[in-house]
Design a binder for this molecule. Structure first.
Ligand SMILES: Nc1ncnc2c1ncn2[C@@H]1O[C@H](COP(=O)(O)OP(=O)(O)OP(=O)(O)O)[C@@H](O)[C@H]1O
Ligand SMILES: [Mg+2]
Length: 268
């Protein structure tokens, strides 16, 4: 077989192992019970792109992220990161879960949360080097949280915690960032700070995939979009895929035509 290995999929369809593709999802189906939360989703996220995953509450956005990372089991399908299964390329992939899903009541300092992002490079017995600590501080600096390094994470506001989780992901120095609603519930200044960091990641050739709820900013923030409501409704460049018909299909009656028309106006 050639260096581009062919993978038989579902018996008949065939997908390619592409080391250049940060994430290729084929036939992904996930179910918590009888009803699938994600059904037969095929999509590709391109290198150096900023991608929004958009869909209503309960559409399966978080489930899709968790399933590709093996946090919840797949019923069918596969996800390849840089042409490899997740286990082989773990360190190249950073994930920040949806904030509501993390309970930070236990006592851990902000700096230690960020150092967790570096754990693969930590020395034996978990000893941290001065270099690691300096790097963790630099990541906190990048998200404007340097002054909070010694604070307990549970003593921060939601938006501040969000910045710290982003700093932890930055410390990991990944090539693909999967962020589940990084802008949920943050103020305008934090949103700007986070977006500026994400744009820097993109300009460094990294790929950023965000579950995103604010339809009004999809056009200005993202290159590509995946519209999902259990099934994939559409994917591709925002300019073509983020249109009335696809939004209507994704949100059904919940989004009126007037609302959609407003969202179609270019931002700014
Ligand atoms: N652990 C679980 N056990 C059972 N059902 C679950 C579980 N997690 C999610 N679900 C269900 O799966 C569906 C998809 O949930 P998911 O969290 O992926 O949606 P989402 O698109 O991320 O929604 P939101 O915008 O509210 O974050 C929902 O109907 C949800 O109730
Ligand atoms: Mg979610």
């Amino acid at each position: 077989m050639s260096d581009v290995e062919l993978i038989a999929r579902d018996g008949d369809r065939v997908g390619r192992k592409d080391p250049e593709c940060p994430l290729a999802i084929d036939g992904l189906t996930v179910s918590y019970g009888d009803k699938p939360a994600v059904f037969s989703v095929d999509t590709r996220f391109g290198k150096g792109r900023m991608v929004a995953i958009v869909g209503p509450n309960g559409a399966g956005k978080s489930t899709l992220m968790k399933a590709v990372l093996g946090i919840v089991p797949k019923l069918a399908g596969r996800a390849l990161f840089f042409g490899e299964p997740f286990e082989s390329v773990r360190s190249r992939v950073a994930y920040v879960p949806q904030r509501a899903s993390v309970d930070w009541d236990f006592p851990v300092r902000v700096i230690d949360v960020v150092l967790m992002g570096l754990y693969r490079s930590l020395g034996i017995f978990g000893m941290t080097s001065k270099k690691d600590i300096a790097k963790a501080h630099a990541c906190l600096e990048r998200v404007g949280m340097a002054d909070f390094a010694r604070r307990q994470i549970g003593q921060l506001s939601g938006g501040q915690q969000q910045r710290v989780f982003l700093a932890r992901a930055l410390a990991q120095d990944a090539d693909l960032y999967l962020l589940d609603e990084p802008l949920a519930g943050v103020d305008a200044a934090t949103e700007r700070a986070i977006m500026s960091v994400l744009k820097d990641l993109k300009s460094e050739g990294r790929t950023v995939v965000c579950v995103h709820h604010d339809l009004a900013t999809v056009r200005s923030y993202f290159d590509d979009v995946l519209l999902i409501n259990v099934r994939k409704i559409a994917d591709g460049p925002v300019a073509s895929a983020f249109n009335d018909r696809n939004l209507q299909q994704t949100y059904g009656g919940r989004l009126g035509a007037t609302h959609i028309a407003e969202l179609q106006q270019p931002a700014g």
